[in-house]
Design a protein around this ligand. Structure first.
Ligand code: PBG
Length: 339
């Protein structure tokens, strides 16, 4: 019986050829380990007082600040596209910003009116609100400043009130983005005591003092308030990884339902470690600066924008994220729907 034809020198050929499964589209699809779905997307949106319908954010091409009416339309678009949730960020009138950010506690403030309008008009999409004082403070810091320092415990008390005010407006998910110590537990208790035990807490558990938030600060108008200040006394040092796990452990113990790592792409190692260590629903925030980098390069023809967008989002899934907050959410959802 003649056996199979052997090469003259079998040692010259690899016995394992990883390229075999990459040869055809069908076999690539068959072996794909991860997939991005519309269900993985959370869409951050900026709301402003008007009177215009929308105002472009120059450092985020394709992203506008929206009037409440246009925000409601965007929420309806999210619902149509089956994007599970939106995150609403207010660009507060500078005249309303004060050192102690009292506007954050005003039940009639912009974000509360916006959330009520969305909830009245659109169903089937979750509404997430940040808890932090920076959209309302004249110094642009996330907390209360005493003697030049962002104080912890007095800030937490204010954040608890802000969380309850936002829950009263109809917000489904409270997302503390301030990095004060102990705020998740305190906010959880404040929500429960006010009858909001069903409101979720999405903790910005590992949030770094990052240069990639610049365009966001333009969008909400806090950049000029912050000036040359920074947030290094409360946001994490980009040098640290183990510390992120300790931060997440605290927030989990304090009752966080969902945890987030922020920024996203430069911190995929942290996303991976957090998911491995806790197995909790874990989100990554592809922040404004990441969006701006991809958009700016794509607009100049230096990158294929659609491909870079989809690749960057899939990378979050591969790292272990359950979902991604991304300014690309609607574009990515449309692309996923059109196959
Ligand atoms: C507010 C907040 C920031 C972002 C989300 N919530 C900015 C900051 O901490 O200075 C950044 C989001 C982005 O860059 O897209 N605390």
């Amino acid at each position: 019986m003649p056996g199979p034809r052997l090469p003259a020198d079998p040692g010259r050929y690899p016995t394992t050829r990883p390229r075999r499964v990459r040869r055809h589209d069908w076999s690539r699809r068959l072996v794909a380990e991860h997939q991005l779905n519309v269900d993985d997307l959370i869409w951050p949106l900026f709301v402003f007082e008007g009177p215009e319908d929308r105002q472009p954010v120059p450092s985020m091409p394709g992203v506008d600040r929206l009037s409440i009416d246009r925000l409601v339309e965007a929420a309806a678009t999210a619902a149509d596209l089956k994007i599970p949730a939106i995150a609403v960020f207010p660009a507060t009138d500078p005249a309303l910003k004060t050192p102690d950010a009292e506007e954050a506690l005003n039940p009639e403030n912009l974000v509360c009116r916006a959330v009520r309008a969305v909830k009245a008009a659109v169903s089937g999409v979750g509404v997430i609100c940040d808890v932090a004082l920076d959209p309302y403070s004249s110094h642009g810091q996330d907390g209360l400043v005493r003697d030049g320092y962002v104080v912890n415990d007095e800030t937490v008390a204010a954040l608890c009130r802000q969380a309850v005010v936002q829950a009263e407006a109809g917000c489904d998910v409270i997302a503390p983005s301030d990095m004060m110590d102990g705020r998740v537990g305190a906010i959880r208790r404040a929500l429960d005591e006010s009858g909001f035990e069903h409101v979720l807490v999405l903790s910005y558990a590992a949030k770094y003092a990052s240069a990639f938030y610049g365009p966001f600060r333009d969008a909400v108008g806090s950049a000029s308030n912050l000036g040359s200040g920074d947030k290094k006394t409360y946001q994490m040092d980009p040098a640290n990884g183990d510390e992120a796990l300790r931060e997440v452990a605290l927030d989990v113990a304090e009752g966080a339902d969902l945890v987030m790592v922020k920024p996203g792409m430069p911190y995929l190692d942290i996303v991976h470690r957090v998911k491995e260590a806790f197995g909790l629903p874990t989100y990554a925030y592809q922040v404004s600066g990441e969006y701006a980098m991809i958009r700016a390069a794509a607009d100049r023809g230096w990158l294929d924008g659609d491909r870079a967008m989809m690749e960057s989002l899939l990378a979050f899934k591969r790292a272990g994220a359950d979902g991604v907050l991304t300014y690309f959410a609607a574009d990515a959802a449309r692309k996923l729907r059109s196959g």
